[in-house]
Design a protein around this ligand. Sequence first.
Ligand code: ADP
Ligand code: MG
Length: 468
Amino acid sequence: MSNLTDFSKLALSPELLEVIRELGYEKLTPIQAKSIPVLLQGNDLVGQSKTGSGKTAAFSIPLLSKVDLRDRSVQALVLCPTRELCTQVAREIRKLGRRHSGLQVLILSGGQPMFPQLTALEKGVHVVVGTPGRVIDHLVRRSLDLRGVATLVLDEADRMLDMGFEEDMKTILKDIPKSRQTVFFSATFPRTIEALSRSYQKNPIRVTIEESAQASPQIRQLVYEVNPERKFDTLLWVLQQYQPDSAIVFCNLKTTVSELAEGLKAAGIPCDSLHGDLEQSARDRVMAKFRNQSTRILIATDVAARGIDVENLDMVLNFDLPAQPAVYVHRIGRTGRAGKSGVAVSFATSREKLKVLNIEKETGHALQQKTPSQLGEKALETRQVLGGSAKMQTLYIAGGRKDKMRPGDILGALTGEAGGLQGSQVGKIEIHDRFSYVAVAADIAQLALQRLRDGRIKGRKFGVEFVR
Ligand code: ADP
Ligand code: MG
């Protein structure tokens, strides 16, 4: 059986196997084990498994193994519902494709200037990752030619349907050859996907990974029964008890997100929040800070948190329990990944016992009932809720991909002779089109800022600031 989860048993190029090894992917995840062989054979597929189970690589690996680098026409199109997801998917394809020299992966998403997209398309790209709206804009302008597309992937297909992209998808499909391979991936499997599959796929293979088979034993699931008026105090108490370095607090309503963010800030606890009204640039900034551990606490609604992919998340806190058990499973699936342990804490009021029961039924696990022991009359010393600040601090650098900035340039400027910092003091580096973010250890952040301001990157001066 074991060879079914072994990458080296797949018919992949040595380069791809090498990258997979370098990335530390030791075994195929269940959805990958079931879908990659099917996709390599050229079949259509509908794949469903929970968030965080490795669906991106499940379609990216077969897609990369088919790309002909000498042919600079669009050979694969991946459609995603949001710009954030496009960015994540493109990042994963570039990561897996880093030994495919000359591979061009282009993001076509809205809210971005048109001109650079047009220039890139003119030069020729192999893979396009885009949102339906922007892809159609390019089809209308005739700047995008899909006649060479051999693989079409719909990522988060359920979400695309929720967002009303069906008509757009029809429009796009008209421009893609019938001989294509059509692949859908999604976290849930509503009936609408079945209908979509019938209309657009040929003899699709359906792969579903049961939730029960996916429930991670690494996640401790606790539930605190709380009085609605004491929820906020209980939140402070839980944060104090567990001291998470990285936690997402889920609320059911946008207004609760803002209230909590204000409450925590008033109590001297730094946090960020994500909600639907946020501008894309603010959202990118919040996400970057959270991913690179400059923010310990992120407060979000389900919609805003959709597609968030964070390594090292050690706590998910359900400030409000979701109405549907599947949403609970989704939320907590973000912690305890890749063999790391995590804790999922939920608050339930006395009227929410049924919700808890339904969740237990869905997950097949009893939640551990807890009472916040010291939450008596004694007021919390709120200033001490989280001992210490975030591990990292984010710096903004006013140069990005358009300036040919690469992670190595920033790392070099910080650690080289001029920079003098240790590699271990530098965290995640994110290169955007016109700017970059780099995380540095919080205790040397001031020094790092100074070194970057005094020095040069790629022989040039760039503006550098703290991101608060
Ligand atoms: P999904 O799309 O199912 O929500 P992702 O594709 O975003 O999940 O994957 C979640 C994380 O798992 C990513 O950080 C990815 O790099 C990592 N990952 C993917 N495949 C493997 C693997 N075989 N082994 C270890 N980690 C993996
Ligand atoms: Mg995904």
